[in-house]
Design a protein around this ligand. Sequence first.
Ligand code: PRX
Length: 661
Amino acid sequence: MSGDTTMFHGLSGKTRSDGPASAEIERRGGAGVRETKDTAMLFPEDAVRFWGEQAEALVSWSEGWSSVLSGEKEMSSVRWFDGAKLNVAYNCIDRHLARGRKNKAALIWQGDCNDDVRVFTYQMLHMEVSRFANVLKKYGVKKGDRVVIYLPMIPELPIAMLACARIGATHSVVFAGFSAVSLRQRIEDCGARLVITADHVVRGGKVLPLKTHIDQALSTLSQVLNCIVVKRGDGDVSMQEGRDLWYHREINCIDILPECEPEEMAADDPLFILYTSGSTGKPKGVVHCCGGYLVYTLYSCQYVFALHEDDTYWCTADIGWITGHTCTVYGPLGLGATTLMFEGIPSYPGPDRFWQIVEKYGVSIFYTAPTVIRALMRYGNEPAEIHDLSSLRILGSVGAPLNTDAWKWYNTVIGQELLPIMDTWWQTETGGIMISSLPELGGGQGCAGGKPLPGVDAVILDENGQEASVGVTGSLVIRHPWPGMLTGLFGDGREYLVNYYQKFPGMFFTGDSGCRNANGCLAITGRLDDVITISGHRIGTAEVESALVSHTSVAEAAVVAMPHPVKGQAIYAYVSVKDDVGQDDQLIEELKSHVRKQIGAIATPDVIQVAGGLPKTRSGKIMRRVLRKIAAKEYNDFGDTSALADPSIISDLIACRKNEA
Ligand code: PRX
């Protein structure tokens, strides 16, 4: 299918009468041409040419590549844009200054309180990022060094990321909801010598401590030489002399110059490490490199949302996750748009907060997660109806399957049955959006699924590695390389190969299951491994299990997902306690708080069942499908349980589940 590389599927023919005219929408179309044809292309020939064209059109390079794709015999070790040089911060800031966007809003920050607003034009962002880059240099950060950023949703978070990108340091953002233990694990794993944090977090009208987590994490970690602290709250925090520095003092220091030459980076130099959960107890440090990641981020944002420089784009995800990296920071800024960042929560001070923000800033693209839609639905239609949402032109969803009820509400109440809803599938590992619904094909209706973006060879395979028939569930696999693919797991080459390239040799295994419908759309149904998606956040069951067994009362733990009306999935933990431990409500609460301390609030089990024993096979393997069914209150059809050492455990577990609320 050569030459047919610029089709655009993102927009339905319908537009709001008072919204942008359809001709205007056509003009904004990312790749320019709108088609609904199949997006298949010949791999790898067309794809290589295609990605070369995208890279040229979307990214400014200081040196060109000698080959678009090399080493493609092994998908696990391909290199994108070999020989090319660029700087990601230059692409997200500097080049816009020369394109007449100097005084255009690059970043609008809406604080938790409505009056708390900060706006950075591209020029202001340039100055702040350059100054902070110089601060990092002053404290010895060099190209290739890792910097951990543990910040809440305040402007200094993207500023710190871009400052790292400017000097070639590799950032690793740790979601500010993670505990001191999780933070320590990540700092140690990536070997950071400098961390950036804030004194407090302000959210939902509350001021919570954050610096204390860093202090705790660093108390047994001598590798960190400096900690830069952004002042967000009012209260005092302890500052360790010689190690801790205030951001505002450093950046305003007289010797800090407002100019910082961007470091020239090779396309395959790392840009960031982002830790995510897998099926082992240890989080995986997914590595993304400058060239491929930026090309794919700009491509996928532009393609799916037709994201254009006059858009105000609001992705509601925390920047601590890949969605925020790609869709709040690098995507919109790379494309010269205005990105909106919100510090607070959807329900504070009232349930109309999101819609009030959409109206206040004239948001044109709104991208959120199904769990948020489901939570907002619960407040009824009024919170949305009292606001003027006519600036919206595209709605998006990511992170978990978008169920039909949530889709319908989003479509009628927010979209007024006029706006396309892009249900997008992707992962930390993919860098950008890989599959998106096609409103024109009647897709985007709940879990109807979507199509791979042009250049993405995503298929559903059966256990034998053959393409599964229509309607048959199988594994979601990417058969050919794409520029946004992870380039490795930090410090763990073996785990990288085993995780992604072993199940279907030579192809990337996503860990998800799905099926193809008659339209060729792929519906993604859930994880095949022991990973749970809670409110769109990935948590490995093994991580929660090891947190539980680290409590002195717990002998054994098995964690599974249970369906949840708002979060999609929630954590159900079965624990057996040591002989001398009594079972009471206090123990359950203590275990929940223990998990919060070990991992963070998002990993708190909704239910902990203290069980007399776990259903194990004679070889000692826990039969998780039995546990999943009981957690979901499905008490029949357990399948073949003849391998269980003690089948009577099942009836005990059921009796206990029935007694729970
Ligand atoms: O299971 C899929 C689910 O979220 C996982 C990726 O999680 P993470 O790396 O944290 O990235 C989140 C968002 C980019 C996937 O393996 N997932 C993501 N989007 C969808 C989805 N499941 C169903 N439908 C989606 N649209």
